[in-house]
Design a binder for this molecule. Structure first.
Ligand SMILES: Nc1ncnc2c1ncn2[C@@H]1O[C@H](COP(=O)(O)OP(=O)(O)OP(=O)(O)O)[C@@H](O)[C@H]1O
Length: 591
């Protein structure tokens, strides 16, 4: 039997299943080719074919997702075909592997459900996760759901697009099902590999000074400060809409340089994509149940609250005299990790003052303001390096000595203050944040200073435990920095008959205020914001009106504004406390 008849052999039962689902078992038996099948030999000899375990998943149209696998086969390692939700794939390579499974490259041969018999040779990435427990299984399924939902975020290749997914039931009750997820395969290399020239495994043991000083061969520490800042701004610009959309229903929990791809690198720009939502959690559940959930992610990007929980347990975090730590853990995990990544990128890509020789050497002609800014910036760099060094050391200790080693370290008492080392780590973060935002107070004129200060301020806002800055606000600030805010403003002015009374910066502040309460308590304002917010869309009526939404007098004061909004075709208004969807009574009164 040749390869082609082999395909047909696997595919035919599928057609019969549609008509005769009860005969399923018989056909499953048929799928399990005999060990001496000559087809296997042929496949083995095909160049470029890698060894994979086959996943025969047959999900019958119209039935609940319930994959059916063949019995384990002795020759499992050489069959490249598998099914997901009615489509047949052939594995053509391996993309990578992680803690929970392998990502293959595959092409779709046929789609029986949609009746497409033509192969689609655009390779897809297929992630096969073999979770060890129920919680991880839920995360693997959630990953598929998240990719589906993020399809609504405009833009290309920022995140893999969902193709299809399915589950393979476990062979026995003690085991957990597997999840197979097909998504678009994105171009590029992992950001950590691009920055340091070594892979994630090597980073677990690499010399920290070498890593920080860029002595690693292949490391990318070659950029001038402005170009390094441009790169950070680009990743932020790409990711803000994604994280803003994501935070409404999930947290990624594994933001790290390893989980971003970088492609099409130019001097000061590149394309970025975020991957691997395999550790994600539902936002509402997480906010309620964080104490009962596992601690996950890359330890370098762990907020101090995660270390606190790992060391002393969730009650310690919950009862800590500073409530900011619990809030950061329950609401702003991704904010923190992304802020860390921004700083990591800035200082890993910048070669140091020598890269900016032209600008930095001629200090004679520099104004006092510029001199002060530069010295403050160099102090920021030292503070960051010291904090980041600790994070990398913790990460390496975690991988070599395990959680016990870290627990011992963090439980040690500080000789002077007698507080636990974990609390020192928290204080260290607060001090670092201060240093990072220092150069942002008196910013000299010029693109370089503007951009770098923007990066520092944004990162500080993201990692600061008391910060409430939201993705939306950051995005507005970014548009303002790049001049896109005024373009948007002008476009809207043309479209909105009543001129907005507040600038977009003010709107950003308003948005931040609304988002402040996001998730902490389910407040009506936030809910309406979540379901309705579509920043960047042109249907907002921007205005500043009274702040007390529930107050009758305030409602009355907003009536004229609402009338204008309705006249110009807008049914939502921005108020000082955020985006409002007027209730029926108000609409009636205004109409
Ligand atoms: N859609 C994709 N397009 C291109 N490459 C991908 C895609 N998905 C995953 N990869 C690559 O495959 C590797 C492993 O994938 P992934 O990180 O999702 O698996 P994981 O088991 O969750 O890993 P981790 O241990 O890092 O959590 C990644 O490092 C990435 O380079």
């Amino acid at each position: 039997m040749g390869l082609h008849s082999g395909n047909a052999h696997v595919g035919d039962p599928k057609l019969v299943f549609r008509a005769q689902p009860r005969q399923r078992q018989q056909y499953i038996g048929d799928l399990d080719l005999a060990a001496d099948d000559p087809d296997l030999e042929e496949r083995e000899e095909r160049p470029g074919l890698i060894a994979v375990k086959p996943t025969f998943m047959i999900e019958l149209p119209g039935e609940k997702s319930q994959g059916i696998t063949t019995k384990p086969r002795e020759d499992w390692h050489i069959d490249p075909y598998f099914w997901i939700d009615g489509a047949k794939y052939e594995v053509t390579g391996k993309v990578g592997s992680g803690s929970f499974g392998t990502v293959f490259q595959a092409v779709e041969l046929e789609d029986y459900v949609r009746n497409t018999r033509k192969p689609n040779f655009t390779p897809v990435a297929v992630k096969r996760s073999s979770p060890a427990k129920q919680e991880l299984l839920e995360a693997a399924v959630l990953e598929a759901e998240i990719l589906k939902k993020l399809e609504a975020v405009p833009g290309e290749n920022f995140v893999p697009r969902y193709v299809r997914h399915g589950t393979i039931p476990p062979p026995d009750e003690k085991k957990v099902a597997e999840v197979v997820l097909a998504m678009t395969k994105l171009p590029g290399k992992p950001l950590d590999f691009w920055m340091y020239g070594i892979d994630e495994q090597a980073l677990k043991t690499v010399s920290i000074p070498k890593m920080l000083d860029g002595d690693l061969p292949g490391a990318c520490r070659s950029r001038r400060l402005e170009h390094a800042a441009d790169m950070v701004i680009e990743i932020l610009r790409t990711m803000c809409p994604i994280f803003s959309a994501l935070r409404k229903f999930a947290f990624h929990r594994d933001i790290s340089a390893h989980n971003f791809l970088i492609d099409d690198v130019q001097d000061n720009t590149a394309k970025f994509a975020v991957l691997d939502f395999g550790l994600a959690v539902r936002a509402d559940k997480w906010r309620r149940e964080w104490g009962a959930r596992n601690i996950a992610g890359d330890p370098r990007y762990f907020a101090p609250s995660a270390w606190m929980q790992l060391t002393c347990g969730h009650k310690y975090v919950a009862c800590h005299p500073s409530s900011c730590w619990v809030k950061q853990y329950a609401h702003r995990l991704d904010h923190y990790s992304f802020g860390m990544l921004m700083l990591e990128m800035l200082f890993a890509l910048w070669k140091g003052p020598e890269a900016d020789e032209e600008d930095w050497a001629s200090s004679d002609e520099l104004s006092d303001q510029v001199v002060a800014w530069r010295s403050s910036f160099l102090a920021t760099r030292s503070a960051w390096r010291s904090y980041w060094k600790t994070c990398v050391r913790l990460f390496q200790t975690f991988h070599t000595g395990g959680a016990h080693a870290l627990r011992d370290e963090f439980l040690a008492k500080n000789q002077i203050t007698k507080q636990l080392a974990i609390d020192d780590h928290c204080e260290n973060l607060v001090a670092t944040v201060k240093e990072i935002s220092a150069p942002c107070t008196d910013v000299p004129e010029g693109e370089l200073y503007k951009k770098v200060s923007f990066v520092l301020q944004t990162a500080a806002d993201l990692i600061c435990p008391t910060s409430k800055t939201r993705w939306q606000e950051i995005y507005w600030r970014l548009l303002h920095l790049t001049g896109d805010a005024s373009n948007l403003h002008n476009r809207r002015k043309q479209k909105i008959s009543t001129e907005p009374t507040s600038s977009f910066v003010a709107v950003a502040q308003i948005a931040a205020e609304v988002e402040d309460s996001d998730g902490e308590e389910a407040q009506p304002a936030v809910q309406s914001m979540s379901s309705d917010s579509s920043f960047g869309s042109d249907d907002l009526f921007v205005t500043k009106v009274g702040s007390n939404y529930s107050d009758e007098a305030d409602k009355v004061s907003r009536l004229p504004v609402l009338r204008n909004a309705l006249k110009s075709g807008h049914r939502r208004i921005w108020t000082e406390t955020g985006l409002r969807v007027p209730d029926k009574d108000m609409l009636k009164a205004a109409e």
